[in-house]
Design a protein around this ligand. Structure first.
Ligand code: Z5A
Length: 218
């Protein structure tokens, strides 16, 4: 990782993986670890991260108008949220020299809208470039686990029990395609994407992430 050319004074880390992989938990723990080492960290998420992007997140997760959200519409809403998020939050933080820890980013688009919904890769790539520009993650931590295990974790958590969003309501085959796409990206971009097995205790996952970061100059 040290050989990688830095684009900004800060360092951009994204977390990806199926639902229930533990991204939110691990991001908080990594923030605490990096803060103890003197780093200023910014935690953010997608879709979301700005007031407008959070409103778009609400639509994408829980469209309550009764109409079907077309896959391309879903993609464009996510891309619009990302454009706003990158320009208003991520890029400025990286320019200030902060470590940005983002819960999901454009690999989720390839996985959910591409592999999951079947949207054209060309359209996904065009919108990615328009929204992201040079704000490419320095490192992506892919927390990998079978979708069934993630379902079990999220569907039993108290605060959301019985209320499924539009992604949680999808069938196992959808989530299996999503997982496979994440793993394909990791094979294609081994310098950027590091896979961490998430089917173990949160403490074990955290230790694996820290050990993997030993050769990364943040
Ligand atoms: N989406 C998209 O389609 N396209 C895009 O481009 C982007 C996103 C950016 C965001 O939903 C949805 O947006 C997402 C894809 C779509 N939907 N799905 N699926 P979200 O943010 O609400 O959901 P999520 O990203 O999947 O997060 P999550 O379900 O909250 O999971 P998580 O953040 O990976 O895990 P967690 O919150 O840390 O933990 C989940 C539960 O498991 C919790 O009760 C923990 O205490 C427990 N947990 C955590 N780690 C462990 C371990 N190791 N063992 C046991 N239990 C654990």
């Amino acid at each position: 990782m040290n050989a990688c050319k830095r684009r900004f004074p800060g360092f951009f880390i994204t977390f990806e993986g199926p639902e229930g992989a533990g991204k939110t938990t691990q991001i908080r723990w990594l923030r605490d670890h990096l803060a103890a080492a003197g780093k200023t960290c910014l935690i953010t998420r997608e879709p979301g991260g700005t007031p407008l992007a959070e409103r778009l997140r609400g639509i994408v997760k829980h469209l309550d108008s009764g109409e079907k959200l077309q896959p391309e519409t879903e993609l464009m809403l996510i891309a619009a949220a990302r454009c706003q998020h990158v320009h208003e939050v991520i890029r400025p933080a990286l320019l200030r020299g902060e470590v940005v820890l983002c819960d999901r980013f454009y690999d989720s688009t390839a996985a959910y809208q591409g592999a999951g919904r079947g949207v054209s890769k060309t359209l996904i790539e065009t919108l990615r470039e328009a929204a992201v520009g040079d704000c490419v993650p320095d490192l992506t931590i892919l927390l990998d686990l079978p979708p069934e295990v993630g379902f079990e974790r999220t569907r039993t958590r108290q605060e959301t029990a019985g209320r499924f969003d539009r992604f949680e309501a999808e069938q196992l085959a959808f989530h299996t395609r999503v997982r496979q796409e994440f793993l394909t990206i990791a094979v294609r971009e081994p310098e950027r994407v590091r896979v961490v097995a998430a089917d173990r205790t949160p403490e074990e996952v955290s230790a694996a992430i820290r050990s993997m970061l030993n050769d990364v100059e943040i």
